[in-house]
Write a protein that binds this ligand. Sequence first.
Ligand code: GDP
Length: 378
Amino acid sequence: MKRTLIVTNDFPPRQGGIQSFVHGLAARMPADSVVVYAPAWPGCERFDAGLPYPVVRHPTSLMLPTPGVARRAAELLAEHKCDTVVFGAAAPLGLLAPRLRAAGAERVVMLTHGHEASWARLPLARSLLARIGRHADTVTYLGEYTRRLLAPVIGADRLLRLAPGVDTAAFSPEVRPGGAAAALEAELGGGPVVVCVSRLVPRKGQDVLIRAWPWVLRSVPDARLVLVGGGPYRGRLERLVDRLGLRGRVRLTGPVEAADLPGYFALGDVFAMPCRTRLGGIDVEGLGIVYLEASASGLPVLAGSSGGAPDAVLPGETGLVVDGASAGAVAGALVELLGDPARARAMGERGREWVGREWSWDLVAARFTRILGAEPAP
Ligand code: GDP
């Protein structure tokens, strides 16, 4: 039987899009066909004990392509009789590919995300990415935006699409807020709610949502904004809420447990994350899986036109895409959605149907199996 070693810096219990993506792929492979090599993270012993396949933890919280990591990965390849290596992210650990080929790997697959697409725009990083890609049989990409950036660097013939799936059973219009989300719902007062779920970092645009809120309130006085997620920007955002006199109308929940997350989407009538590209194109959205989670939850979405975010929206059908840097544009789109509940509901229904058809984990798992089994490049 074919066995796969997944070498990845991104793996739960650390939270984030790539972590969920890699875990979602591993969870859908036959348990005796996969071994994961990932960094240690608080709570990892308990997390790993619940998995049906082995996870070997590196002692520190970050793995770099050093001789020590290469040696350990080669040992695991031999010990578990793996013939295939998957790098959870091509950059930078894909640099280990030649060493693992020498140790017996017959097939090397590298996943890419938003950051590899950013590397493709920077002169030095681009040549490193090209070097990494030369050692892969297949490099995966998230969507049209990242494919366009990666193709000239990696070579179009090596690229295959692989984007994360969405758990449409967990994220569903049937879910009701529970626990702390239910308590929050009671405090919100019954008006329409816009919810944003994301890490609190400048690119995701929670600041623009807050700045847009006084304009939204002029048209929809009882509207409330709920910002779910944690991150380094939290203090700045709290101060912005205070400065604009929005306390009570804008609520920040902090990070929430994965099991509670669908209940927070369920608080919303509209989902909004007006992400924007920063730092001259280096800090950019790769896909924005949260838009798909929101669609699966039956919500219309408001997305920012950053990078691959529009790949996760059917503009005018499942939601609206606006310039995430413009508080005026964001306010206008929110007022439009809040002011026409029938259209907003129809967008949510269309989104749920689209995600079920195009973004299910069953489809993604079948695609991944094909990618793993494909013939090695000549
Ligand atoms: P990324 O963080 O830039 O990779 O953004 P993505 O939108 O690609 O992925 C973020 C993932 O993290 C999505 O699956 C979110 O639902 C999830 N997420 C964001 N904030 C939280 C949180 O507070 N708790 C939990 N459990 N998940 C979160």
